[in-house]
Design a protein around this ligand. Structure first.
Ligand code: PRE
Length: 242
């Protein structure tokens, strides 16, 4: 038998211990946000994590992680599921399972509104005069590095303050998930503008990254499917995105 065949079922362990461990970064509004003072997590995917735990009949424990550490923490088995704006990638698919997708995304620029017409295409952005800011470790950094050869890429570690850097003019733009550009446009009303968020540069989807346990993956899919069909998902969506 291989190691995987003999491994204890994650789903059984969750049910026996009465705890669902969810890894989340806490730096990505409105999906996952960690309050710096209290350390408590809130957000769209945190509400959904609560809903998943309650469907399982267990308690939710949030395990803090970071984008640069996410894969390492996942592979070390520190949590059962990663939730909080996680995109499906083939690299992640190699070590875990993804739930059915719940949101369609894609990278799109967000810049100061005065520059809205300046940065419509990757060709507009990719020149030595442009400074693109990116948070480390996730698909944003990967996308910037893969698509920009001339532009200056600045890596800024604190994703909760990265949009203020663009607003203050310390970077020209960020390329990130379309949903986030729409959300941050509202938070920085009249200052930052999302550029064609309905026509992002690439295709990506958000899903929950589940440890290699087919029973747990089936449970997450069934819960998510039912949440979408019953309107429970939409209610939580409207709370955080509308
Ligand atoms: O890595 C991923 O899956 C993400 O979608 C996370 C990611 C990123 O791409 O870096 C997306 C947007 C946020 O601004 C921060 C992190």
């Amino acid at each position: 038998f291989s190691k995987d065949t003999l491994a204890v079922s994650r789903l059984d362990t969750i049910l026996e211990t009465g705890v669902l461990k969810v890894g989340s970064t806490g730096d990505y509004k409105p999906f996952s946000y960690k309050d710096p003072a209290s350390g408590s997590f809130s957000g769209f995917d945190i509400d959904l994590a609560e809903s998943l735990a309650s469907a399982l009949g267990v308690k939710l424990e949030i395990v803090p992680t970071t984008w640069p550490q996410l894969a390492q923490d996942f592979d070390a088995g520190k949590f059962d599921v990663a939730m909080g704006g996680v995109s499906i990638t083939f690299d992640r698919q190699k070590t875990g399972l993804f739930s059915i997708p719940y949101m369609r995304e894609g990278k799109t620029p967000i810049a100061r509104c005065a520059d809205k017409e300046k940065f419509k295409t990757l060709a507009d952005i990719d020149n030595p005069q442009t400074t693109v800011i990116a948070n480390p470790g996730g698909t944003n950094e990967k996308f910037a590095r893969a698509n920009l050869k001339q532009a200056k890429i600045v890596i800024f570690p604190d994703n909760t303050k990265i949009f203020d850097e663009v607003a203050a003019g310390r970077a020209d733009l960020m390329m990130t998930d379309a949903s986030e550009t729409r959300y941050q446009e509202k938070l920085h009303s009249g200052v930052l503008c999302a550029i064609h968020p309905d026509e992002p540069f690439n295709f990506a989807e958000k899903a929950y990254w589940v440890q290699r346990d087919i029973g747990l993956k089936a449970f997450v899919d069934q819960w998510l499917h039912q949440s979408i069909e019953t309107g429970a998902y939409e209610k939580i969506y409207n709370k955080w995105f509308k």
